[in-house]
Design a protein around this ligand. Sequence first.
Ligand code: P6P
Length: 328
Amino acid sequence: MPDQPTLRQVLNGHTGQVSLDPKLVFLIEDIATACRTIGSRLRDAAFEGAHGLAGNTNVQGEDQKKLDLIADDIMQRSCATSPALAALVSEEREDPHWFKTPEAGDYLLYCDPLDGSSNIDVNLSVGSIFSVCGVDRDGDRQLLKPGTAQCCAGYAIYGPAMMLVLSVGTGVLGFSCDYDTGEFRLTHARMSIPEETSEFAINASRQRFWDAPIRRYVDECLAGQEGPRGRDFNMRWTASMVADVHRILMRGGVFMYPADADNRARGGKLRLLYEANPMAYLIEQAGGAATGGQDRILTISPQSHHQRVPVILGSSAEVARLAEYHAG
Ligand code: P6P
């Protein structure tokens, strides 16, 4: 029987790592319950005929998988009764879902209920991403907050093991699911990113669209020991941001989904409120850095709920090098 502290014990301050508003503890536990349920639905999907397309598209114009909608419904139902949750912004919903008036709720939840869903039907890692901000006391319905306003961010990764990785501003905590009891237990007490790395992640099939700074960075990595970097590099691309970010939190690396000639008119590929901001928050809490190429992601002032942004994040020395190339 594992004896590591449970999520509830950590959130209630038993390990001395966090001290939280009890209403935020309730919300994080409700999010964890949703992720646990999503994880079990993914495991049973083949038996429930839940694979494949739902037959419609989301606000992004992307084909929705059946499990995208199932995960969104689970997240909404699990958090609907959370005592302090005012509103939910979801990748799968065009408009925010208000549970309570801003006066009656304390927190706002932004989520990508099932990230990387193109991996589901081929049984590769996917995840759920979440971000929490406080409600403005003046009661306005302002949901467009910069990443610096987050009070909690994290993800669940549905891989060989199901994990919940989160931060409330005091470092990054990793919890593994004990399938016998369903408890999330603290197995990674302080996740941190090495400053240096020899591993990069980018969708190389987009090379023809890249700007010069990205092309230069990747070419130098590929040149290996004989090149300007003087060492060999490894490349990974999982088509699941959660899986790539988790690998970087575990062993370092740099993840790039930059603006390019093809996506620049749309603002980039990844969504600011429920992908870039929560992941940038985690990466910075783990000692890394996160930019759109040069400027810090967390300071971007959102203009719309589903705004897309370029993302470069990971080991700080590599992110700084890429910023230098962009400046040059
Ligand atoms: P591509 C998944 O759809 C996602 O939003 C991220 O999880 C992932 O990093 C990226 O898109 C993959 O994009 O162009 O490689 O399919």
